[in-house]
Write a new protein. Structure first.
Length: 299
């Protein structure tokens, strides 16, 4: 008998507090009803609301953080682009370069004289390697950094270039320039170079230390030629692969856009769910309260 007595006392207390204006529970009938299922449903509803708000807050924090990081990387990339482009234009202007070949030679020679591998460690370099602007400003870099600097400078003056990995007795990185007439030239911009002069791609076989070339760095990962010799250039990806700031900018903005899409999807779902609930609740009231004209006909 203690259960019913407690229930009646609790109900009387809640009614009293409701009349006196001190009721704090929004839906007390669901919490002290005869069936505990209502209590469980109320708790589950509170839990789902908290989870939904928690997810929304986390997505909003990630959206703002990644958007801020993306803007920071974009600013750094624009600054590097401006520096590299101005330097490339000054080099070609001072060397009186008139055509593509003379421009390539001027940029290559500048890098050979101003970027060195001395005191530049092999171990401990950034995962995405240093930027072209860093190599040009500090004068430090190995074949990969020097090639990256050449590719960016060549692109800034309208010459198409990409990275090419050479394998064999030696491992080396050079730039592969594609001219308007279709010729593909190897440019070695590190000092001392393996390719002293500009050579065409088919002349690689003249160098016994290199047996394989590829524009995709899978060979070094798997330690065996997993692809035939190739000069495949991923469409639209060369710029991002040769600019770490741009690659991180793309990553951050992609993540930020994904969070924005999820937030918009959640908002749309809640909107249509609330709209459907309002429609369902309005339906029975229309049936319970017929229009005056229909009531007159029934009478």
């Amino acid at each position: 008998m203690e259960g019913p007595v407690f229930f009646h006392k609790a109900t009387a207390y809640l009614r009293l507090t409701q009349k006196s204006g001190f009721i704090f529970l929004r839906d007390y009938r669901a919490l002290i009803g005869w069936r505990w299922r209502k209590v469980i449903n109320a708790l589950l509803n509170i839990r789902s609301q908290l989870i939904r708000k928690w997810r929304g807050c986390v997505l909003m924090v990630i959206f703002l953080a990644t958007g801020s990081f993306g803007i920071s990387e974009a600013v750094s990339q624009r600054r590097d682009n401006r520096y590299v482009e101005e330097l490339a234009q000054n080099i070609t202007r001072q060397s009186n370069a008139r055509d593509a070949i003379s421009t390539i030679i001027a940029l290559r020679d500048y890098l050979r004289h101003n970027v060195t591998r001395d005191n530049y460690p092999v171990v401990g370099r950034p995962f995405l390697r240093d930027t072209a602007a860093y190599a040009l400003q500090t004068g430090k870099g190995r074949c990969g950094e020097s090639t990256r600097a050449f590719i960016n400078m060549a692109e800034s003056v309208g010459i198409r270039a990409q990275r090419l990995y050479l394998e064999g007795q030696r491992e080396h990185v050079v730039a592969l320039v594609t001219l308007n007439d279709g010729r593909q030239l190897i440019v070695d911009s590190i000092d001392p170079p393996y390719f002293q002069n500009i050579e065409e791609l088919h002349q690689v076989t003249r160098h016994p230390e290199f047996k394989y070339y590829s524009s995709i760095n899978l060979h070094r990962l798997f330690k065996s030629p997993s692809l035939p010799a190739n000069t495949y250039e991923p469409p639209g990806l060369t710029y991002f692969l040769e600019n770490p700031h741009a690659l991180k900018e793309l990553f951050y903005f992609s993540l930020s856009g994904t969070c924005a899409a999820l937030l918009a999807l959640g908002f749309a779902r809640r909107y249509f769910r609330a709209r459907g609930a309002a429609t369902d609740s309005a339906g029975p009231s229309v049936l319970r309260h017929p229009a005056p004209a229909l009531a007159t006909v029934d009478q």
